[in-house]
Design a binder for this molecule. Structure first.
Ligand SMILES: Nc1nc2c(ncn2[C@@H]2O[C@H](COP(=O)(O)OP(=O)(O)OP(=O)(O)O)[C@@H](O)[C@H]2O)c(=O)[nH]1
Ligand SMILES: [Mg+2]
Length: 214
């Protein structure tokens, strides 16, 4: 059973004019190409194959909107930092992202997905700055936590929390779409953002979701 029984793909946008109607609330999922954004969306919604995932960076080339429930959306933003695309295409993405963050009224928060093994790259910093400029809260998923020992994961989390503490409205947690660790916590954080509530500073990371998200 999905956490969102009626979750569905809504639409894709490749230009500001193609964004769906700006009513209701949404949380954007951003991060470097190949970080694991689409996998995170599938794990959180418990719908494998909802968002397209790929081993090849740049799989998500459009802004994809998913409706969790009526008037509540998750938005899969195009991966940035994909070196192999042309300069003009990268510029197009950058402009689209900036326009999205500047104009989107229904945006309530941003989830920034980072690979726990190398978080807070220059691109991640750009993304945080873009989201924080809009003054929406940011929740960081340090994903692929299955690739590190528990101890190394905790150290990485502590480091990120320390580094973003000054920004004020940034929270962070460990996550793995593969093991399911942190999936319920991430879902809870997104629900709070959609409801306009602050995410707990020390988002607990419990065991894998007993309902079987993977
Ligand atoms: N080990 C591990 N691999 C993961 C995890 N999440 C994603 N991956 C892998 O990382 C690769 C990229 O995942 P995607 O979810 O497609 O990444 P994305 O951020 O949506 O990428 P773009 O659409 O290119 O921006 C795939 O090969 C996934 O299987 C995770 O939690 N653990
Ligand atoms: Mg993707």
């Amino acid at each position: 059973m999905s956490a969102y029984p009626s979750v569905q793909f809504l639409t894709s946008a490749n230009a500001v004019q193609q964004l769906p109607v700006d009513t209701g609330v949404e949380v954007a999922v951003a991060g470097r190409s190949n970080a694991g954004k689409s996998s995170a969306i599938n794990a959180i919604t418990q719908r494998k194959g909802l968002a397209r995932t790929s081993k090849t960076p740049g799989a998500t080339r459009l802004i994809n909107f998913f409706e969790l429930e009526s008037g509540r959306r998750l938005v899969d933003l195009p991966g940035y930092g994909f070196a192999a695309v042309s300069g003009s295409m990268r510029q197009h993405w950058g402009e689209l992202l900036e326009a999205y963050f500047a104009k989107r009224q229904s945006l309530r928060g941003t989830v920034v997905v980072m690979d726990v093994r190398h978080p807070l790259t220059a691109h991640d910093q750009d993304m945080l700055a873009l989201a924080l400029k809009r003054k929406v809260p940011v929740h960081v998923l340090l994903t692929k936590a299955d690739k590190l020992s528990r101890n190394a994961g905790r150290q990485a989390l502590a480091g990120v929390r320390r580094d973003v503490a000054a920004a004020g409205i940034v929270t962070a947690q460990l996550f793995s779409a593969h093991s399911g660790d942190g999936v319920p916590a991430a879902r809870g954080a997104i629900e709070r953002l959609l409801d306009g509530k602050p995410v707990e500073k020390e988002t607990p990371v419990g065991p894998a979701d007993p309902t079987g998200a993977s």
